[in-house]
Design a protein around this ligand. Structure first.
Ligand code: ZN
Length: 533
């Protein structure tokens, strides 16, 4: 116990800290109220194209108005985005291996699945080549396509990062479906087949539909923004299907899988026979808007913009888990929308005195492949060259007191130093991505800006390896990520979220007021995409 004298001194010294703690509790309640609205069962998981998503849109636009933000969409606060939806009709579709004139059907679901992410050709027959990981990483002197003839062929690859030595962000970027397809398409391939890195495949992580009804694949209606141009077939093999695929090639799935497991290079070889595919797609269109508000700057760089983004959509209703079929998306990403609304409120209270302008961007269709942000980055409502940074909030997971912030993109640009300084004021540390294999660098809307050369960051509550916090975060991902239990009944540290919001506000102020625009580090791979003056 402390002596009485010391206690008196400490009470005086601690008063401001105590007041701050009270603020965080109160601010945390305001933050949580937004989450409560957006993740209520009434909003049915905010899937795009639903009336409930529109309720979320109206809520955010209404808050933007109340907060005094200027409309910065193309129709008031809204930027309409058009989408195409494609759904495979499995009963009218088929896959057949043809070898020595003999037909061996691949059973849809059991052996392989066709993906409507590509605008599948109604009919085709083509030879196949196994291309290992299908990666080209010049920086790592890694080129799996050199010497291969892929013209008119289907490239089959294992969906794993492989042993090439490059940074997490570079491997995530070049290993993305879009980048793998870009190099395969350039090499002449007409489609792709994928084999899961381990195990037996099944529905992709995060698919609420699972087995049963085929999930529609959503893409941007603008063909210029398609990432599957020229892809006439896209399929994935299950383990039994891959066994059949490798027959007659001199290789086996178990040989390939053990090389993948040991993180070794893979052989490349032609596969026996041809694959015949027949695919029928049901097509539809839908519209869903981004919501865009602006706090105009008042300094000499007021025609430059810092974006604060989060995604408004989630995955809707789907397969029930423990009797609950509403995927509320409280952390994913009502929490991020709540943070941009709270930051806007705090800015308003400080009378918006920033030198650059701030764009508050609530994007649609992140869960369909970061489509709303990709659309905004391609069709920005302000001059693209004047966008200096994107600070993205997605599922930052305030599940415990904030001690360290994990930052995706920390080492790539000067924004890394800015977030360190902003966090240090509260005694909060900053750490790089702890789980690069999870590809979080490319798994939210910041990536839409990074690909176009705009420095950007995303965040999670971090942890020390081996700590209770690590277990809490990993258990959350295992038990609640893209599940109905990401709802309002889960434990959330709302005061910690408020503390995080204050750090984001401080980061935003730094970026908006710094005479120098954020810039890529010279050794960043992504600097090449920059079009900044
Ligand atoms: Zn998500």
């Amino acid at each position: 116990m402390l002596s009485p004298k010391k206690s008196i001194f400490l009470i005086l010294a601690a008063a401001p800290l105590f007041a701050t703690a009270l603020d965080y509790a109160a601010e945390g309640k305001l933050w949580w109220a937004h989450v409560q609205f957006l993740a209520d069962d009434k909003l049915q998981g905010r899937n795009i194209g639903t009336p409930e998503f529109q309720i979320a849109v109206d809520y955010v636009a209404g808050r933007f108005r109340k907060l005094g933000l200027k409309p910065a969409g193309t129709a008031g606060y809204l930027q309409p985005v058009h989408f195409e939806s494609r759904t495979l009709a499995p009963e009218k579709s088929s896959l057949t291996l043809i070898r020595d004139g003999k037909e061996a059907p691949l059973v849809l679901g059991a052996d392989a699945n066709l993906s409507a992410r590509a605008d599948l050709a109604p009919k085709l027959e083509a030879p196949m080549v196994f291309v290992g990981y299908g990666l080209v990483i010049p920086e790592a002197h890694w080129d799996e396509l050199s010497g291969l003839d892929l013209k008119g062929k289907i490239a089959v690859y294992v969906n794993a990062p492989g042993p090439a030595e490059a940074t997490g962000p570079v491997k995530s970027h070049l290993g993305s479906g879009a980048e793998r397809w870009r190099v395969l398409h350039e090499a002449g391939a007409i489609g792709v087949g994928t084999i899961a890195a381990g195990g037996r495949g099944g529905p992709p992580a995060g698919s609420p539909a699972g087995r049963g009804a085929p999930t529609p694949s959503i893409s941007l209606a603008d063909p210029a923004l398609s990432e599957t141009t020229g892809m006439a077939i896209s399929l994935s093999f299950t383990a039994p299907g891959a066994d059949k695929l490798f027959e007659g090639s001199g290789h086996t799935l178990s040989e390939i899988q053990s090389l993948v497991h040991d993180n070794r290079p893979l052989p490349h070889f032609g596969l026996a026979g041809t694959l015949r595919s027949q695919a029928v797609l049901k097509r539809d269109t839908l519209d869903s808007p981004n919501v865009v508000g602006m706090a105009p700057g008042s300094g000499k760089w007021k025609d430059e913009y810092v974006i604060l983004s989060a995604h408004l959509d989630h995955v809707g209703v789907g397969r029930p888990v423990n009797g609950d079929n509403i995927y509320n998306g409280a952390m994913d990403d009502a929490s991020g929308i709540a943070t941009i609304l709270e930051v806007a409120r705090l800015l308003k209270e400080s009378r918006f005195k920033l030198k650059r302008s701030v764009i508050f961007l609530a994007v649609t269709a992140e869960e369909k492949g970061e489509l709303g942000s990709r659309y905004f980055a391609a069709h920005p409502t302000v001059s693209f060259s004047k966008i200096v940074a994107d600070i993205n909030l997605d599922m930052f997971l305030p599940l415990y007191p904030l001690k360290v912030i994990e930052v995706q993109g920390l080492m790539e640009s000067t924004l890394g130093e800015s977030v360190k300084a902003a966090a240090a004021v509260d005694g909060v540390d900053v750490q790089a991505d702890q789980e690069p294999a999870e590809n979080r660098f490319i798994r939210s809307d910041q990536y839409s800006f990074i690909r176009r050369g705009v420095p950007a960051l995303a965040f999670k509550f971090g942890y020390q390896p081996g700590s209770a916090d690590e277990a809490t975060r990993k258990n959350w991902v295992r038990d609640r990520y893209h599940k109905p239990s990401d709802d309002l009944s889960q434990p959330v540290d709302t005061a910690a979220a408020a503390k995080f919001d204050r750090i984001i506000l401080r980061l935003l102020e730094t970026v908006a007021n710094d005479p120098a625009r954020p810039s890529w580090h010279d050794d960043s791979f992504f600097k090449r995409f920059s079009t900044a003056p």
